[in-house]
Design a binder for this molecule. Structure first.
Ligand SMILES: Nc1ncnc2c1ncn2[C@@H]1O[C@H](COP(=O)(O)OP(=O)(O)OP(=O)(O)O)[C@@H](O)[C@H]1O
Ligand SMILES: [Mg+2]
Length: 255
């Protein structure tokens, strides 16, 4: 079943006085099946964040549509967007986006507080997630009292606690050391194996090699995609590296 369908997405940024125009996305079309783990890669300025912001309904495209379970999120009323985002999407960012004045637990509860869930329900949902992420012992701590890897795990818990249709991640390993990166990638693979759909922007070949499919974006279009199929992570890593070389040297991908 298609969870996400992106059709002919175009985004032109224009300056306030209509002078300079930047075409960030020229024609992006792809879809994501329920349960897939998709990574998106591309050079700096290729339009990855622009795409993610549109999928997150934080920004509107110039034209095109984005269907989440058949619903065109581009057409959702401004007054309904915040609730829609909270109910359907989970976010994991490079810089964690945790509130420093809240304990990890309160950070994780925040989306549920905003949707007025009661405390018992929140505790009930947190327990299995905290166990899975190995953060039960640090829930009362504040973000500045824990490591980057622990902060990111709390951020993943916050994304998972609403049981979202889709997790959107922007460089989730960008600020992590290699051990925490491995831990996070293992976690993403695990939650994907349990059925969670993930869409991740990354510069990291290693991170992308964990995904089931990698989309390459170039000049505002999907230029190429790689399916893992039966490839090992090592083989996938190799293929991704080769494709990135082709993209940056301007040749055509030979597959
Ligand atoms: N708010 C904006 N106003 C005008 N131009 C913008 C805006 N945001 C992005 N752009 C331009 O759109 C293009 C795509 O930018 P985007 O941030 O999506 O790239 P990216 O792939 O995320 O790059 P990076 O890997 O460096 O994060 C770039 O040319 C950028 O300068
Ligand atoms: Mg970006």
């Amino acid at each position: 079943m298609k969870l996400l369908e992106v059709n002919n997405l175009k985004k032109i940024y224009s300056s306030r006085f209509g002078g300079n125009q930047v075409q960030a996305l020229s024609n992006v079309t792809f879809s994501v099946e329920k349960g897939e783990y998709v990574a998106i890669m591309g050079e700096s300025g290729s339009g990855k964040t622009t795409l993610l912001n549109i999928l997150a309904s934080l920004d509107k495209p110039t034209s095109g549509e984005v269907l989440l379970q058949g619903k065109n999120i581009v057409a959702i009323k401004e007054s309904e967007i915040t609730a829609f985002r909270r109910e359907n999407l989970g976010f994991v960012f490079q810089d964690f986006n945790l509130l420093d004045t809240f304990s990890l637990k309160d950070n994780i509860f925040l989306p549920l507080v905003l949707s007025r869930k009661n405390y018992r329900e929140m505790e009930k949902r947190l327990k299995p997630i905290a166990e899975k992420l190995g953060i039960e012992q640090i829930l009362e701590k504040f973000p500045y009292e824990v490591s980057g890897g622990q902060k990111q795990r709390a951020a993943v818990a916050r994304a998972l606690i609403t049981d979202p249709q889709l997790i959107l991640a922007d460089e989730p390993t960008g600020a992590l050391d290699s051990k925490s990166t491995d831990h996070l990638l293992k976690l993403f693979s695990d939650i994907n194996n349990e059925g969670q759909t993930i869409f991740m922007v990354t510069h990291s070949t290693k991170a992308a090699s964990h995904a089931g499919r990698v989309l390459f974006i170039k000049d505002g279009e999907v230029f190429h995609q790689l399916y893992r199929g039966s490839m090992s992570k090592e083989e996938m890593f190799e293929k991704i590296s080769n494709t990135l070389t082709v993209i940056t040297t301007g040749g055509a991908a030979n597959e």
